[in-house]
Design a protein around this ligand. Sequence first.
Ligand code: P6P
Length: 337
Amino acid sequence: TLSSFILTATEVCPSLAAKGHIKKEEETDLCILLQSIATSCKYIQNCVRKLGLANLSGKNGGTTNVQGEQQMKLDVIAHDVFTRGLDESKRCTMLISEEEEEAIMCTSSPNGRYVCVFDPLDGSSNIDCCVSVGSIFGVYRANALGKGDVNDVLRPGKEMVAAGYCMYGSACTMVLTVGGNVRGFTLDPSLGEFVLTHPKIKCPPSGATYSVNEGNSRYWGGGMRRYVDHVKYHKEKPHALRYIGSMVADVHRTLLYGGTFSYPGDSKSPNGKLRLLYECFPMAYIMERAGGAASDGTQRILDVCCTGIHQRHPIHMGSEEDVEEIDRFYREAAADP
Ligand code: P6P
């Protein structure tokens, strides 16, 4: 189960362990932090499951989040559950939530060692029609014990030590990596436990689907347009379009089946729509550790340095060969607009 995996996570950030930078207490603290997230996800999935029955559907009385987006009741519940659970874990110095403009300092955690960034309920605008939604999270080590500072997260995504998401779909599935393999756990409601169902997720090297909102195609630049035309009208292997409009669901399908998921920058939104810190980085971290890739058309996503906790960034992720092909079309378009 997830609990036993977390408690024996001997492969916590092999890159840091290799440099002797991770000590036993750091592993234990990370395990406790991840356990707190797992508990929050169980609570949220319980709310999602009984949405209409418990009057949890609909908007949260006209409130909006930092992005100016209409909040759903479940957005606020998910944010509160994640925030309280992580703060109470006493393992974090600071939290960054999509639902909160400012960084949340965990003032009652003098030994807090980690910073957790999260989108507590991504895709919530789809929730009233029962489309899959999810929670996305990433973990950084804080620079100073017990003292959170926004600079702890204004760095490249490759410095994360763990990332994951929980999808509330036909099954409740947690996908998690602590720097090594990507594992998938499925919630067994009869046990109340996440059971290991995908011991080592690998993203296929290439796929037969592309996933992007074609409704924005009039705003696309040359790179995206050339790639989509290439796969749509491919002589031997025309690709199928699959777009759910809920990032966790689109990424989960891409991770397991291959292909690409894109939210490109365009003339209407030069940085795209998805947030770098708590959407792009965690998903890119997972995708790479599953053998896939993630870029913005010109550079590896995990090499991008975050400069603002809610900044948006274009992203293409999925099968390594397919993402390389997108990058090639972006290079061609830049050379010959
Ligand atoms: P569009 C959901 O609102 C979300 O943030 C992501 O989950 C999803 O990938 C994206 O927006 C969909 O955006 O513009 O295609 O509706």
